[in-house]
Design a protein around this ligand. Sequence first.
Ligand code: SAM
Length: 260
Amino acid sequence: MERKIEARLFVEDTLAAAVPVTLGRGQSHYLAHVLRLAPGAMVALFNGRDGEWRARIESLAKNAVSLSIETRLREQTPETDLWLVFAPVKRAPLDFLVQKATELGVSALVPAITRRTIVERVRRERMAANAIESAEQCGRLTVPEVREAAPLARILGSWPDGRRILLCAESGCAVPIRDVLAELGPAEPCAILTGPEGGFEQTELDALRNLPFVTAVGLGPRILRADTAALAALACWQSALGDWRERPSGRMHDTRNGRF
Ligand code: SAM
């Protein structure tokens, strides 16, 4: 009877059979002192490149847990290519937004400073840590790229060809998101753009609407909080064009009960 998997961790190391992996201080502490695991316990590892692997704890030194990789649990499969460009919100809702957007499958998180953005400092490391933890928990095989915050104008100035922006516009004639998504193909790279709690300035909205790669979308008659709007738009995209159209493969790993 295979031993159950006790934890699922993201590592940078290359993953392949019989390759030794030594965890850093934080993850070692988590396995040794939080989960109180012992040599022989099994964990799942993924690195966003080589798929997901089953690994055995060989030794637990104070700040360095050593693992030996055994078998591959899942191949590395392509995941949705969807960016979230968002005006940063305050810390607690930002943590929530990063966690949930990661669960919803975003491939990149791009904080955009707009005219009414009130948040002074956006800590990229904190967002990255939240994204990794959320990816470990939700069973995805990648961790979203997390960018440094930058002015919206600069982000748009170097916007990649072929990626459409779905601008969540709470005012002005925005087409319901469902109708816009119905016109797009699943292969068309997209980004969801949401404003700050104070909304976009009218001049920002006008400038955005005049860009050929921007389509304004409406998310219903109510004014949603910025984090709600972002998550709602991501869910709509996943349902219409993303991996929610597929039946789950069933080989999703759930560390809570060690089965998959
Ligand atoms: N300034 C706005 C107001 O008070 O009238 C509210 C801004 S709203 C809290 C924050 C962001 O969420 C908006 O900039 C927009 O991107 C998005 N949003 C909120 N409700 C929306 C809706 N019904 N349709 C489309 N986008 C919406």
